[in-house]
Design a protein around this ligand. Structure first.
Ligand SMILES: *Cc1c(COP(=O)(O)O)cnc(C)c1O
Length: 394
């Protein structure tokens, strides 16, 4: 597919091979749009997985400067990295929720990080670390209301709540949160949604009856924040929407929710050459030139997070025109058929951007690869430098 359109907007720092541009002004705008939606509920900026590839510390700092005072990570190591970067407990609560036995409980306690507990083993490890450090723990008890992933099953909930309340009575922990996570909030009308809302209300009701007085009850992820106001409770945990991508592309594009994509990915043409018709392109020769044409070499590959599933389907914009990846994506590079055009070597190739100038978006890439925009941005690798623009100076 080759679609002509308006001039591209790709820019690239002099001399770099490839670059992910992170628009912090867009991030702030997205946070403002989300806050308008969440009203009295607080916002948690979810910055796990290096802020979905956008850079955890930079994005967390920007969110905190914009008044967000909850940060969320999956692993305790990710949470510790935020504290190590100087984001203190007085600036933001940090919650981490993915623990394995032997995790860094003591460091997390000393760093003033909130922890999620889904099971008795985790509570026992936490309590031991509290006794060792003398620092009480701040705990969010997680209920499995139907996702079937992390969280405590309803049949085990009374036992977990009772054990947590015993530790609280001893002054070892404080149960500050009750929470859960949706399975299909991105599929409006999915029967699991109401079942989980009901299950969450039941888990809250039980814990509160038993004597838990949580600071925050939280259930909503990005799709629920956008579509299910009844799930907002005290805190909405937004990841994808904060990065300006739509978690529900069938319902609306980012702009329909007042969001703007934060990451753009650009690479520089490394070679432009004319080849004869019938010439195989890239490993396995899955593309063969239909006639004499020009090929452009784009110096990013699966080591940079370009999915190999984008072979033969991933879209890029070169000199204002859409091109599709010709043949296989290799570890470090792929090729596009430029159809006889001869852009300069060094010309920027826009892989994805906000979409406002006709360029492909991360959503387009997700569709081309049979995955989600979540995976496209999150996988952009460490070999691709990030360039931050629009920062507030935070
Ligand atoms: C990743 C994650 C989120 C954020 O999800 P988005 O759909 O990106 O907003 C919220 N809560 C939990 C438990 C998560 O793992």
């Amino acid at each position: 597919m080759t679609t002509a359109n308006t001039t591209g907007t790709a820019t690239l720092t002099d001399g770099v091979r490839a670059e992910a541009t992170i628009d912090l002004a867009a991030l702030r705008g997205n946070l403002a749009a989300l806050r308008e939606r969440t009203g009295a509920s607080a916002l948690m900026a979810v910055v796990k997985a290096d802020a979905y590839g956008h850079g955890a510390v930079r994005c967390a700092r920007e969110a905190v400067a914009a008044g967000v005072n909850w940060l969320g990570t999956a692993t305790p190591e990710e949470a510790l990295a935020l504290r190590a970067a100087g984001i203190g407990p007085e600036q933001a609560r940090v919650l981490c929720w993915l623990w394995t036995p032997g995790g860094p409980w003591q460091q997390v306690l000393r760093a003033g990080i909130d922890v999620s507990v889904s099971a008795l083993w985790a509570l026992a490890e936490l309590v031991r670390a509290v006794r060792e450090t003398g620092v009480p723990g701040r705990v969010h008890l997680k209920a499995d209301t139907g996702l079937g992933r992390n969280g405590c099953q309803p049949r085990d909930w009374p036992e977990l709540v009772a054990a947590a309340l015993r530790a609280q009575a001893e002054g070892l922990i404080e149960v500050v949160g009750l929470w859960s996570h949706f399975a299909a909030a991105d599929e409006p009308g999915h029967p699991s949604i109401q079942a989980q809302l009901d299950g969450f209300a039941a888990a809250l009701g039980y814990a509160e009856q038993a004597g838990v007085r949580p600071e925050v009850r939280h259930l909503a992820n990005s799709p629920a924040t956008l579509l299910l106001p009844q799930s907002h409770y005290d805190l909405c945990r937004t990841g994808l929407a904060m990065y300006g991508l739509s978690p529900v592309p069938e319902v609306g594009a980012p702009a329909d929710f007042g969001l703007r994509p934060v990451m753009s990915l650009t690479a520089r043409l490394a070679l432009v050459k004319t080849v004869p018709g019938g010439h195989g392109v890239s490993y396995g020769h899955h593309y063969v030139t239909p006639g004499e044409t020009t090929l452009g070499l784009v110096p990013v590959g699966y080591a940079d997070g370009i999915p190999r599933h984008a072979s033969g389907s991933g879209p890029v914009q070169v000199a204002g025109k859409w091109r599709t990846i010709a043949g296989r994506v290799a570890m470090d590079q792929f090729v596009v058929d430029l159809g006889g055009d001869t852009p300069e070597v060094g010309e920027p190739v826009l892989l994805f951007g906000p979409g406002g100038n006709g360029e492909p978006t991360a959503e387009d890439w997700g569709r081309a690869c049979g995955t989600l925009s979540y995976e496209i941005v999150t996988r952009i690798g460490a070999r691709v430098p990030r360039r931050y623009v629009g920062g507030s100076g935070a």
